[in-house]
Design a protein around this ligand. Structure first.
Ligand SMILES: Cc1ncc(C[n+]2csc(CCOP(=O)(O)OP(=O)(O)O)c2C)c(N)n1
Length: 350
């Protein structure tokens, strides 16, 4: 197991049942749950800040947290992640600091991309997390190219390509899946099917029953998984990653989730979703699902929840204060990482 599960303290007394699961599992479940509460609090805070005009844009992952958190905990250090709009949690779980992510969301001078990317498109090189291109699906062929590089370098890393249901209709999906199948590349295609591509329902996106069926056309396996169930997500991801690493080639996992938020802060779902969608989606809330599991295992108490939320709130407040107090990128950063030589000064750029 990699990621933060190894290092988080266990702020509870283990029960017999929990002990029978083994410490490693107990740590994993607790880490996942803590990340879920962090993610939910982060989404709520950022949407509020956008409404107040303090950040420009935000794409919540509400309802989809289990997939990214499971991926962050399942990958190995040398694996590369090519995300869509809602997978920043993978980077955070792998160790990208929340404070640095906040600098990115505020596009200030501490943002590793010095304010050049839209919010929610962070780059986190130290945890092998590649900034997303806004053009839907382009990350799929980038992930496949990266996996081809692993092959050439005899590296046992795996590339994860994340994308939504809408991205299964773009050329990059077909070209990427085909190339990975032909060359038997170590890629896990992770389709987070939240059942909407902004306002377009998945039934109008594709005529197949399950998007995972598409993998068969490219000669490898595809499975649909309940993406609201952290344990299912984690187990399927570990299996797919280890199979790819051992030379088993690519596979596709379709995580069926329920988008519990707007597509982003730019749209109003009441204009296009049926009236009962929210209630239906709430029944699949991944945070509640894991909470019920931990409750049944005797791992939760009101005291633990209160203290956890207090810590998360303090961390978020501190990160927002720091980012809001940081100046925007200065004009001297304009050429950083753009030219080998500074056009203005004739010196190495940046
Ligand atoms: C090539 C391209 N076409 C259209 C858009 C506008 N657009 C941005 S997000 C989006 C929907 C993406 O839906 P999906 O792939 O299901 O991912 P989700 O956002 O639901 O996670 C669209 C159409 C775009 N960014 N790029």
């Amino acid at each position: 197991m990699t990621g933060s599960a190894d290092v988080l303290p266990l702020p509870y007394r283990a029960t017999d049942l929990e002990r029978s699961l083994g410490d490693q599992w107990a740590r994993l479940l607790w880490a996942a749950y803590r990340w879920m509460r962090t993610a939910r609090a982060l989404d709520d805070r950022m949407v509020a800040l956008q409404r107040q005009g303090r950040v420009g844009f935000y794409g919540p992952a509400t309802g989809q947290e289990a997939v990214s958190i499971a991926a962050g905990l399942a990958v190995r250090e040398n694996d590369w992640v090519f995300p869509g709009l809602r997978e920043q949690l993978v980077a955070l779980v792998r160790g990208h600091p929340l404070g640095l992510y906040m600098h990115h969301l505020f596009a200030d001078s501490q943002d590793p991309a010095v304010g050049r990317q839209m919010p929610c498109h962070p780059t986190a090189r130290e945890v092998r997390y590649v900034s997303m291109s806004s053009c839907v699906g382009t990350q799929i062929s980038q992930a496949v190219g990266c996996a081809y590089g692993f092959r050439l370098r005899h590296d046992d890393a795996v590339a994860l390509a994340f994308f939504g249901d809408g991205a299964t209709s773009v050329n990059d999906f077909h070209a990427g899946m085909n190339f990975a199948g032909v060359f038997h590349l170590p890629v896990v295609f992770c389709c987070t099917n939240n059942q909407w591509a902004i306002s377009l329902p998945v039934a109008q996106q594709s005529h197949v029953d399950e998007l995972s069926q598409k993998a068969e056309a490219y000669g490898f396996s595809g499975h649909r998984v309940d993406g609201s169930d952290f344990v299912q997500c984690y187990l399927h991801l570990v299996q797919a990653l280890e199979s790819a690493r051992a030379g088993g080639g690519p596979s596709m996992i379709e995580f069926l989730v329920y988008r519990m938020s707007p597509h982003s802060t730019s749209d109003d779902p009441s204009r296009y979703q049926p009236g009962d969608w929210r209630a239906q989606a709430a029944q699949h809330d991944p945070v509640l699902r894991l909470e019920q599991l931990l409750g049944a295992l005797g791992m939760l108490s009101q005291d633990i929840l209160r203290e956890t939320d207090r810590q998360i709130d303090a961390t978020l407040r501190e990160a927002v204060t720091q980012a809001e107090g940081t100046p925007p990128p200065g004009p001297e950063t304009l050429e950083r990482d753009v030219f080998a030589q500074s056009a203005a000064r004739g010196t190495p750029g940046g």
